[in-house]
Design a protein around this ligand. Structure first.
Ligand code: ZN
Length: 209
């Protein structure tokens, strides 16, 4: 058990299932990747990017962290966005939050959680930005609205990166989307924030003022 043999067994059966259906699958995929989508989602084990949208390996470039946060100075996330946009030339960036997010729930509490509190600080900022929408709500209702508002805020953060700004300046076809996923029924919801240009971003900024 120490070497996690069961996972290697599962891997072998997974790879042979795929090769049975398409013997060339891995050899073709090893030559290049050309995904159309960059997925920025939560690390939560119940929110696996490819499976949710039912796409095989090679179709989705993925970045995940606790509570799907896009921090302006996070070199890890920014590098993923840059590689996805400038090298892979993805056409869509999806920020996908999920209801019942533990990271978001923790950011609503006053309890100390250690190092992670510094990360959750970014979500506390989202609470502050949206105080008027949240102050009358309690419990899961508040949590789930905050899960949506956080995904929408992170869409704005993606749009404000120099990478996306420069792509739009160069007339690159690139759209940033905000979604939320329900771990209770496996269904995605479009948050109706879908930004394809600097002009649309400026309009959204005006709306939220
Ligand atoms: Zn989460």
């Amino acid at each position: 058990m120490k070497k996690l043999k069961h996972l290697f067994d599962r891997n072998l059966s997974w790879a042979s299932n795929i090769k049975e259906k398409n013997p060339e699958f891995f050899s073709q995929l090893s030559e290049q990747q050309a995904p159309e989508y960059l997925w920025i989602g939560c690390s939560d084990s119940r929110v696996p990017a490819n499976q949710i949208v039912n796409l095989p390996p090679g179709e989705v470039f993925v970045h995940r962290n606790i509570a799907n946060v896009v921090v302006h100075t996070d070199l890890n996330c920014l590098s993923v966005i840059q590689y996805a946009v400038e090298i892979l030339k993805v056409k869509h960036i999806v920020v996908c939050g999920h209801y019942g997010c533990g990271g978001i729930r923790a950011s609503m509490e006053d309890t100390e959680h250690g190092l992670i509190d510094n990360w959750l600080r970014h979500i506390k900022d989202v609470i502050r930005f949206n105080a008027d929408k949240l102050h009358n709500l309690e419990g899961d209702e508040k949590l789930n609205l905050l899960c949506e508002l956080n995904a929408m805020e992170q869409v704005m953060n993606v749009c404000n990166t120099t990478i996306v700004q420069n792509a739009w300046k160069n007339s690159v076809d690139l759209t940033v989307h905000g979604w939320v996923y329900s771990i209770e029924d496996g269904i995605l919801k479009d948050l109706d924030i879908c930004i394809s240009s600097k002009q649309q971003l400026d309009e959204k900024k005006l709306e939220s003022q």
